[in-house]
Design a protein around this ligand. Structure first.
Ligand SMILES: NC(=O)C1=CN([C@@H]2O[C@H](COP(=O)(O)OP(=O)(O)OC[C@H]3O[C@@H](n4cnc5c(N)ncnc54)[C@H](O)[C@@H]3O)[C@@H](O)[C@H]2O)C=CC1
Ligand SMILES: O=C(O)[C@@H]1CCC=N1
Length: 259
């Protein structure tokens, strides 16, 4: 995820490849990163990155955030903007190890950032400025769309758009399997399933119509769609999605509480 943001930083002109400095625990990970971003400088020292950064992106898992913060707490300069993409880790937890007044921002991106189609939301910490908001907006806009939200909404964002691509991949896989069951070749079924999801999403975004209106436009009286929709409702489709978002939102809060 952090690699996608680094690529976005280059694309949006926030930084050149040569201005980027990244750390990871192993030289193997860093070698892979250098293949993606040839000009990037790399190190296995988190504190070396922290000492030099103007914009410091923390892209570790929530479970190792405390250790990563401990590595860098003495090295972050007062003028550095600290941005975390970790699920659940709060602005308060992010700011705590640093000197009072350190500017922190929490961002929740998603993997479609890798192809410039991400959906991200972010919240500013107490000391972050309007210019910081503009910078973060620029960064996330380079990899998709960014929305400013109050921090209390970020776990819900995680449950929806952070984890959401995985729900949609599961839906595409299930639709493909179902189409194979009723006779379509898998290669065609998988393309049709993915394009149906992409096309329907694009209809919502480009027409601005309520999804229910768009659904009604597909649904002929006594037709196939009404039959399909009735089967979805009978099998708890909406409830399953609601439970997925809710479980992921709770897990995000839990991850924050335990890190
Ligand atoms: N994968 C996703 O869809 C999304 C992930 N996130 C968040 O992004 C963060 C990273 O997730 P991914 O990119 O999926 O994981 P990842 O495993 O691909 O990346 C984590 C990186 O952290 C490095 N690392 C591990 N321990 C370290 C340490 N002590 N110091 C420095 N580097 C260390 C690893 O080498 C690895 O390169 C997580 O906090 C996650 O909650 C946020 C939105 C979406
Ligand atoms: O599964 C996770 O915890 C991360 C956060 C959002 C998407 N992936």
């Amino acid at each position: 995820m952090a690699t996608a943001l680094a690529e976005g930083a280059v694309r949006s002109g926030v930084a050149s490849e040569e201005q980027l400095l990244a750390s990871a625990r192993t030289e193997d990970t860093l070698a892979q990163l250098r293949q993606r971003i040839p000009g990037i400088r790399t190190t296995t020292s988190n504190s070396e990155v922290a000492e030099q950064a103007d914009l410091l992106i923390l892209g570790v898992k929530p479970q190792v955030m405390a250790a990563a913060l401990a590595d860098i707490r003495g090295s972050v300069r007062p003028q550095t903007l600290v941005v975390s993409i970790a699920a659940g880790v709060t602005l308060e937890q992010l700011a705590k190890p640093f000197k009072r007044g350190t500017r922190v921002v929490r961002v929740m991106p998603n993997t479609p950032c890798l192809i410039g189609k991400g959906a991200a939301a972010f919240s500013l910490g107490e000391h972050a400025t309007k210019d910081d908001a503009k910078l973060v907006e620029l960064l996330v806009s380079a990899v998709g769309e960014g929305y400013a939200v109050p921090e209390y909404q970020l776990d819900a964002v995680t449950g929806l758009s952070g984890s959401g691509p995985a729900y949609v991949y599961t839906a595409i896989e299930a639709l493909t399997d179902a189409a194979v069951r009723v006779g379509l070749p898998r290669a065609v079924a998988s393309q049709l399933a993915a394009r149906t999801v992409a096309g329907a999403a694009e209809m919502v975004l480009s027409t601005g119509k309520h999804p229910a209106v768009l659904r009604d436009e597909v649904t002929s009286p006594g037709g196939t769609t009404a039959a399909g929709l009735a089967a979805l409702e009978a099998n708890g489709f909406r409830h399953a999605l609601a439970e997925a978002v809710s479980a992921a939102e709770s897990r995000s809060r839990e991850l924050g509480e335990s890190s």
